[in-house]
Write a protein that binds this ligand. Sequence first.
Ligand SMILES: [Mg+2]
Length: 199
Amino acid sequence: MKEALERAKKIKAILTDVDGILTDGKVNFFVRDDGKIDEFKSFHTQDGIAVLLCHSAQIVCGIITGRRHPTTVERAKNLGFKYMYQGFLTKIGPLNDILEKEQLSPEQVAYIGDDITDIPLLKEVGFAATVPNALECVKQHAHYITQRTGGDGAYREIIDFILNAQGKLAPLLEQVEASAWTAGKKPEMQIVTSQEGIN
Ligand SMILES: [Mg+2]
């Protein structure tokens, strides 16, 4: 944990997978009479506040997901994620893109993922995190494994850990308790869509 704390101090951007991290990994389908298919997934509101806290702490938030779905785009836009890369099963390209756009080195980036397509990024970044029900081969690349599960506050736990390591969490909480905290300005979201992944 000490190593994770030291690594967390350097983080300026936090990138995450979606399914299994921001959600519990389950995708629910409902086929209508006309054959159209509705898809449902649940996001945790505590994870939503985490993104707002990052805005206050000047930490960039981004998503790199293998799937493409309007629900995720809507949620990401709503919360103020700066980057939304969807449809990428090979995620190293989006990481390099963000590093260049933000002028950051891999040590300054955290990545959270739970499946094999996340491994190249977990190996690359300065702070690699995953959830307790991730695959074992993923867990072995993580510097931090959350207590909470995906879709149930795991993302919030990581954000709190990083903000705390940087000494930013307590001042933010003080502001909140004094009713003096206002969420920072949401960045304009940049969406990049690849046809490589799955709908
Ligand atoms: Mg996943």
